[in-house]
Write a protein that binds this ligand. Structure first.
Ligand SMILES: [Zn+2]
Length: 208
């Protein structure tokens, strides 16, 4: 009569224990490397400035259906097309390319076909879980992913790529995974999450 090899059974039992221990170690590492940073609170709000040239007054607006806290910026003087878009605060570029599709709206053909999403866009990581986003740029951003920028550095120009009705800059500030009310020069913009249509005017103090 055969009852199996007891040595083999002991070995496979040891292998199972080793696998169990390795799995537990991997799970603990995953928690330490992924979950703990996610739970860490955000750092203090950076002193963001308006993402447009020093001294210029721009209209900040929103409308029903525009997502919470999103801001559309239009210059109060002159054309929006081609206006410089500046980094609100120092940071590292984490996106610089095309979001959705570009469409065909250009200064020569402003009523061309609409694209989808953000068109040419830039995202900056400011550290402490703070990020800013800049959408509908005219042309490929003038920065690259991984590049460090200072506050006031030019990252692109105002356009109407993506899902945009008219040339403007769509702008967001994020803390962690959530959008928050934009603040400029230390004061809230007043563009909130009430899903109404209104505008405010602010003058840029992004003066380097
Ligand atoms: Zn917008």
């Amino acid at each position: 009569m055969t009852t199996g090899d007891p040595t083999r059974r002991r070995l496979s039992g040891r292998t199972a224990r080793v696998v169990l221990v390795l799995t537990a170690v991997a799970a603990i590492l995953a928690v330490a490397l992924v979950v703990v940073p996610m739970l860490r609170p955000a750092g203090p709000r950076p002193l963001f400035q308006l993402p447009v040239a020093c001294g210029e007054t721009w209209q900040l607006g929103t409308y029903p259906g525009h997502d919470d806290y999103d801001v559309d910026l239009f210059p109060t003087e002159g054309e929006a097309w081609g206006q410089p878009v500046l980094a609100s605060y120092a940071g590292t570029i984490t996106e610089a390319g095309i979001n959705g599709s570009l469409g065909g709206r250009t200064p020569d053909n402003p009523d061309g076909p609409r694209g989808r999403g953000g068109g040419y866009w830039v995202k900056i990581d400011h550290g402490g879980k703070w990020e800013t986003q800049y959408l509908h740029l005219l042309e490929p951003p003038s920065v690259e992913v991984g590049q460090r920028v200072a506050q006031g550095d030019r990252i692109g120009r105002v356009g109407s790529t993506g899902n945009s009705g008219a040339p403007h800059l769509h702008y967001e500030q994020r803390r962690g995974w959530e959008k928050v009310e934009t603040h400029f020069d230390g004061t809230p913009s007043g563009i909130t999450s009430d899903d109404a249509e209104y505008t405010v005017r602010r003058t840029s103090n992004n003066c380097g």
